[in-house]
Design a protein around this ligand. Structure first.
Ligand code: CUA
Length: 178
C-alpha cells in the first residue's frame, strides 16, 4: 500500500502494540540506559574524560595573559619560540593560532599546573602525544585543565581540528623535566 493513501484504521495509535515490538523497545531502552550511565561511570572510573573548567574570554584578553606569562617566565628560545618555565602550581597559558602553539612550555614532573587553553582565531584541537589527551580549543572560550605530568620527557601537541592550509604543520611542544 502506498503511503499517500489514508490508513485503513484511522485511529491507528490506539491499536495494541505487537509483542515483538515491545520486546525490541525494551531491549533498546535498556541499552540506552546502559550507555547513558556509562558516561558518568567512565568519567569517574575509566579516567577518560577530563574534568575541565571553561570560561568566556576574548582572543585579545587571552593573548594578553599569555604574553604576560611569557614575559615573566621565559627561560630561552627554541626554534624561534620562547620556552617558558612557570613555577609549579601556577596558571599556565597556551595559545592556539594559525598555525602554531604558543609558547613552548617547560613543566616539572609531579607538580600540578592549571593549564589554560584558548585560540586567537579559529577552532583548533589540542591533542597531546603520546598520552592522547584531547581538548577542543575555541576562540572566546578558555578551558582550564588541572594537570600533574607524571613522566618526564618531550610531549608533542598536534592540532587535530582542521584549521586551514597550515593545519598539518601546527605542532607544539611541552617539556617535562625531572
Ligand atoms: Cu590548528 Cu588544525
Amino acid at each position: 500500500m502506498a503511503s499517500y493513501l489514508p490508513p485503513a484504521q484511522e485511529v491507528w495509535w490506539k491499536e495494541p502494540v505487537g509483542k515483538d515490538e515491545i520486546v525490541w523497545i525494551l531491549i533498546a531502552f535498556t541499552w540506552c540506559m546502559v550507555l547513558f550511565f556509562m558516561m558518568p561511570y567512565w568519567h569517574l572510573y575509566g579516567k577518560q574524560n577530563l574534568s575541565n573548567e571553561a570560561y568566556q574570554t576574548t582572543p585579545a584578553k587571552y593573548q594578553e595573559k599569555v604574553q604576560a606569562m611569557v614575559d615573566k617566565y621565559k627561560v630561552r628560545e627554541e626554534a624561534g619560540l620562547p620556552v617558558v618555565a612557570p613555577p609549579p602550581g601556577s596558571d599556565v597559558y597556551l595559545l592556539g593560532r594559525l598555525w602554531q602553539w604558543y609558547p613552548i612550555l617547560e613543566l616539572q614532573k609531579n607538580k600540578s599546573y592549571r593549564l589554560h587553553l584558548s585560540s586567537a582565531d579559529w577552532q583548533h584541537g589540542f591533542s597531546l602525544q603520546p598520552v592522547n589527551i584531547n581538548v577542543q580549543v575555541l576562540p572566546g572560550y578558555e578551558s582550564v585543565i588541572t594537570t600533574t605530568p607524571d613522566q618526564a620527557g618531550e610531549y608533542t601537541i598536534v592540532c587535530n581540528e582542521y584549521c586551514g592550509l597550515g593545519h598539518h604543520t601546527m605542532l607544539g611542544k611541552i617539556h617535562v623535566k625531572e
